[in-house]
Each structure stands twice: as structure tokens, then as C-alpha cells.
Design a protein around this ligand. Structure first.
Ligand code: NAD
Ligand code: DAU
Length: 376
């Protein structure tokens, strides 16, 4: 027991201490070819030119190397095609690249897919996280790395659903309702367990709904933009009164960068921008902004709205209390929603090729050409 605690002291200072300044030199980002991971890599590489960044991604349907073309020749960045569940590969990367932080985005992330096929969510999100944790534990035990962080990127969905009032805080009990959120909650609990049991210097964030560039068009906001441009129906689940709390993906990325360097190991941090919207209001807003932008008549796009059968177990309301992060680390979102959504719409209009590449499936050929089938 004493020995274990002594080991713990080497790696973290414990909850309640002042934030430590941590300067990572070589980080392993998992799932960096997805929506948030790729946005994070762009901003992290730009803001941390001396840190090496390795992106481990197996390129599921949601992984797209076109998200990263702007930095693929950067000497501090490298891509490795591989699965977080491949323990020997993870072990080799941790050792050979002298990794001092794992920033773990890789996941199955879409709630609807978790309803039709939960198994892969458990395999990737729960078991994949445990394998990363276990290999990180062995890496730490080897004594070849000093200061280290295991950073679990998670979601407000682990807290379940709110009524008309109130907010999720870091103390809100986990009450996941979908197979997706249950798998993320399982992973969060493993992260907690590795901290409590083995002294793993963990960080765990829970963020609200993100929007911005490179968002896969199965998710609400990019789906709306894509369908409006193409005059296709806009499916609104149930009565459209469900509430989501939207944050620009670059505000999320900035929070992760800050927490990685200054967060207290063993802590959970909520991330959100106090920006609640009923789904139907977001749908109407995007319709109206695109009426103007595409030169269509007022109200024209709203005719595309189609109410459809509700998502089973559809959480009614999410709302994040991020006051701990603001108070302790001084984080504030830089985007107003007005600016963020306008910029996002412009991005999709300027990058129709990207969207068409995704919807046609051409983006998959791009990595097969570059890396070959199943290559690492
Ligand atoms: P995404 O679906 O866009 O990307 C997931 C990435 O993980 C893809 O590149 C995919 O190829 C990769 N991946 C999946 N399984 C893998 C495996 N076994 N090995 C290696 N790579 C694998 O997801 P996202 O929206 O960018 O979300 C990233 C993380 O942030 C997830 O953990 C998610 O739970 C969390 N999160 C998302 C949001 C949001 O609004 N999108 C909000 C809060 C938290
Ligand atoms: O809250 C954070 C979570 O946000 C992340 O953990 C998830 O990875 C991410 O996918 C997102 O989950 P949601 O289920 O909230 O996002 P989605 O874009 O699928 O749906 C947003 C809301 O819009 C939700 O209430 C369901 C509704 N919806 C969604 C789609 C795709 C519709 O009404 N119609 C649609 O076609």
C-alpha cells in the first residue's frame, strides 16, 4: 500500500492542490482524424510548435484524413493508422515516441448508431479506453517517462437528462441513457479507477455539443446545412423541443490545451458555453441564415422541415455548468454563437468538396490510396 502511494506521488500531486504547469513534449492523440480530434490537432500544433504530435486513428467511417491535409507535411506531426485496442501497437508508440501525454478522443460518437449497433461502442469506447489506460500504466511503471497525463475526452451525456431547470456540475451523478453515453460513462469510470487504484495522472473533461468545421454530416448542424443547400428534407426528431448546449469546437480545443497544461490530475472538468437551444430553434435559425446567404425567399428553407419519429430514449435537455473551469483555470469561450454559426455555415459553403467527398464516400479512397488497406 505504501509503495503504491509512493509511486503515486511521483506522478501527480493529488486533488485539491494548486494546478501544476505541465509542458508536454510528445503527445499521442487518439481519434485525431475525426471532427474534434482534427480541430484540436490543428490548433495544438499551431500553438505548441515544440511538441511532437502523433495521431493514432484506425479510420472508421468517421475518420477522414482530408481533415488534416494542411498539416500532413509538418515535421512535428505524424499519422499512424491503427486501433486503440491493439495493445502491442499502443505500447510501442508510447515507448518509442517517448509519449508524455495521451489525449484520447477516439470513440464511436453517434447516439443513433449506438441504438442500432451498441456492441462496437462498448468495444471501442470502454475496452479501447481500458487498453490505453493499461498500456499507459505499464509505460509509467517502466520509469522511462517522468511527468505524464492521461486525458479522457468525454461528454455531458454521461450525466443523463435535465428537466426544465438546473445544470450538470462535476458532482452530478452519472446517469447515462443511451448505449453511447453508457459506454462513455463506463470509460470515465475506468479513468477514475486507474487514478484511484494506480495513481494514474488522469484528466477527464465532459463537454457539451460541439459544432464547427469538419463535422461529419450525420450530426444535426452539418446535416441541416448540407440538406438545405441540396433542398432535401430536414428531419426533426419528436417535437423538436429537446435542448442542447452548443459550443464551437475551437473553444473546446482551447479548453483541452489549457487543462492538459494546468489541470489538476485526478480531476473532472465540465466544458460548455452557456448556449442552450431548442432543436427546432436551431433548425429555424440555420434555415433563415441560409435563406439570406443562398438568396432564397424568406421562410423558403423552413418548408424543408419534416418532423419524424423520436429517437428512443432521447435526452430532453443538456446544460453544462462550466464555472469550475472558468474559476480555476480562467477559461472563457472566444466565440459568440452568432459568429460561430455564421463562420461554420461559410466553412461548409466554401468546402463543398469536403462534404461531397464524405457523402459520396470518396474520402475513404483517399486514405486507402495513401496508406493502403489495413496498413499502419
Ligand atoms: P468522431 O466520430 O468525429 O471521430 C472519432 C474518431 O475516432 C474517428 O477519426 C475514428 O476513426 C476514430 N476511431 C474510432 N474508433 C477507433 C479505434 N478503435 N481506434 C482508433 N481510432 C478510432 O467523434 P468526435 O465528434 O470528434 O468526438 C471525439 C470525442 O469527443 C469522442 O470521445 C466523443 O465522445 C467526445 N465528445 C464529442 C462531442 C461532440 O459534440 N461531437 C461532445 C463532447 C465530447
Ligand atoms: O452532448 C455531447 C454529444 O453531442 C456528444 O457526446 C456526441 O458525440 C455528439 O454526437 C452529440 O450528441 P447529440 O445526440 O446531442 O447530437 P446529434 O447531432 O446527433 O443531435 C443533436 C440533437 O438533434 C438531438 O436532440 C437529436 C436531434 N436530431 C439529430 C439529428 C441527427 C434531430 O432532431 N434530427 C437529426 O437528424
Amino acid at each position: 500500500m505504501l509503495e503504491r502511494n509512493a509511486c503515486v506521488l511521483v506522478y501527480f500531486s493529488g486533488k485539491g492542490d494548486k494546478p501544476l504547469a505541465f509542458s508536454p513534449k510528445s503527445i499521442l492523440v487518439t481519434g485525431g482524424a475525426g471532427f474534434i480530434g482534427s480541430n484540436f490537432i490543428h490548433s495544438f500544433v499551431a500553438n505548441n510548435p515544440d511538441c511532437k504530435v502523433t495521431n493514432l486513428d484506425c479510420l472508421t467511417y468517421a475518420g477522414n484524413l482530408k481533415n488534416l491535409t494542411a498539416i500532413e507535411n509538418n515535421p512535428h506531426y505524424r499519422f499512424v493508422r491503427g486501433d486503440i485496442g491493439d495493445a502491442p501497437l499502443v505500447a510501442d508508440l508510447l515507448t518509442e515516441l517517448e509519449i508524455d501525454a495521451v489525449v484520447h478522443f477516439a470513440a464511436e460518437s453517434h447516439v443513433d448508431r449506438s441504438i442500432t449497433g451498441p456492441e462496437i461502442f462498448v468495444r471501442t469506447n470502454v475496452l479501447g479506453t481500458q487498453i490505453l489506460l493499461e498500456e499507459s500504466r505499464k509505460h509509467l511503471q517502466s520509469g522511462k517517462v517522468g511527468d505524464f497525463r492521461f486525458f479522457q475526452i468525454s461528454t455531458d451525456e454521461v450525466y443523463g437528462s435535465l428537466g426544465e431547470t438546473g445544470y450538470f456540475t462535476e458532482q452530478t451523478p452519472l446517469a447515462a441513457n443511451s448505449p453511447y453515453s453508457a459506454s462513455k460513462a463506463g470509460a470515465d469510470l475506468l479513468v477514475r479507477a486507474y487514478h484511484e487504484t494506480f495513481g494514474m495522472p488522469t484528466l477527464n473533461t465532459r463537454c457539451s455539443n460541439n459544432y464547427g468545421p469538419y463535422h461529419f454530416p450525420e450530426k444535426l448542424i452539418p446535416l441541416l446545412i448540407h440538406n438545405i443547400i441540396n433542398k432535401k428534407p430536414l428531419p426533426v426528431y419528436g417535437d423538436g423541443q429537446n435542448v442542447r448546449d452548443w459550443l464551437h469546437v475551437r473553444d473546446h480545443s482551447a479548453a483541452i490545451d489549457l487543462i492538459l497544461k494546468k489541470g489538476v490530475p485526478g480531476s473532472v472538468y465540465n466544458i460548455g458555453g452557456n448556449n442552450e437551444w431548442k432543436n427546432i430553434d436551431i433548425v429555424n435559425l440555420v434555415c433563415d441564415l441560409l435563406d439570406t446567404r443562398l438568396g432564397r425567399s424568406d421562410g423558403e428553407n423552413r418548408h424543408l422541415i419534416t418532423f419524424v419519429k423520436d429517437r428512443p430514449g432521447h435526452d430532453r435537455r443538456y446544460a453544462i455548468d462550466a464555472s469550475q473551469l472558468k474559476r480555476d483555470l480562467g477559461w472563457e469561450p472566444a466565440f459568440t454563437f452568432e459568429n460561430g454559426i455564421a463562420e461554420t455555415i461559410e466553412w461548409y459553403l466554401d468546402n463543398k468538396e469536403w462534404v461531397e467527398g464524405v457523402t459520396s464516400g470518396a474520402y475513404r479512397e483517399y486514405y486507402e490510396q495513401q496508406y493502403g488497406r489495413g496498413s499502419v
